[in-house]
Design a protein around this ligand. Structure first.
Ligand code: ZN
Length: 253
């Protein structure tokens, strides 16, 4: 399995980060893509990757963290993006859920800067969208989707939007929320090729059933794989093989 999106640098893992990574390996997680959310955590993601052979880094600034006066940090992120441990640009995107977030115009300016870095480096985007899936797709269409594609992490659109982003060369990120009772994600994934779907945890967030509401970790990706395979009527091994192929192609692992 490949965990295409995690935040193991978060303080939630300060007491047992090494054990968490050991449990991930024991559960069959071959790669973890650690996503930065600002310049400091992006630097830490690269350092984690240097200490652990099965961790790779994404560098970027999360839409909940962008602010007009943090624009200079993007220069550092653009420099970090060239490091060999970095396989993706992000986490970036748009988040219109939280009222304290930067205005939409500021968030969009940062998103467009990340798209430019993706184009310059040839590395794919890791995209966050909350109450903003449609707008993120529109910005990509306006800019022209970068050739390296990317992932719509924690996909929260409908089937029509999924098809639109797949057509732009992007993968659909599916994690713990697909195991929740009312999730529409299995129904959407059933209509897609599994080679267009990447598995993810978003650890420490969005733990799958039966750990919903608790701290998530990459080892729980097996629970996502098994429950999603059950909902789709495919074997866990087949789901793993085809979604791993999607992540390997996207991040060149
Ligand atoms: Zn994330």
């Amino acid at each position: 399995m490949i965990d295409s999106h995690a935040h193991l640098g978060r303080p939630e893992f300060d007491s047992d980060r090494e054990e968490v990574l050991a449990r991930a390996a024991a559960a069959g997680v071959k790669w973890v893509v650690e996503a930065g959310t600002d310049a400091a955590s992006s630097r830490q993601a690269i350092q984690l990757s240097r200490r652990h052979a099965n961790v790779r880094a994404a560098v970027g600034m999360h839409p909940c963290d962008v602010r007009e006066d943090r624009e200079a940090e993007m220069e550092e992120i653009a420099a970090l993006a060239r490091e060999s441990e970095v396989v993706a640009i992000g986490e970036t995107g748009l988040d219109f859920h939280w009222p304290d977030n930067a205005p939409a115009a500021v968030q969009e300016r940062f998103l467009r800067r990340h798209i430019a870095i993706s184009r310059e480096t040839g590395k794919p985007l890791v995209l966050h969208h909350r109450n903003a899936a449609e707008r993120v797709a529109q910005v990509l269409e306006e800019e022209g989707p970068p050739p390296a594609g990317g992932s719509f992490h924690c996909f929260a659109g409908d089937l029509a939007l999924a098809r639109r982003v797949v057509a732009m060369g992007f993968k659909i990120g599916v994690g713990g929320s697909s195991t929740f009772k009312k999730s529409v994600l299995p129904g959407i994934v059933r209509e897609l090729r599994l080679e267009d779907v990447v598995l993810e945890t978003d650890a420490p967030y969005l733990a799958p059933m039966p750990h919903r509401g608790k701290r998530n970790e990459p080892a729980y990706l097996a629970l996502v794989r098994d429950q999603l395979a059950g909902a789709l009527g495919v074997t866990p091994a087949a789901l793993e093989e085809r979604t791993d192929a999607a992540s390997r192609a996207l991040f060149r692992l």
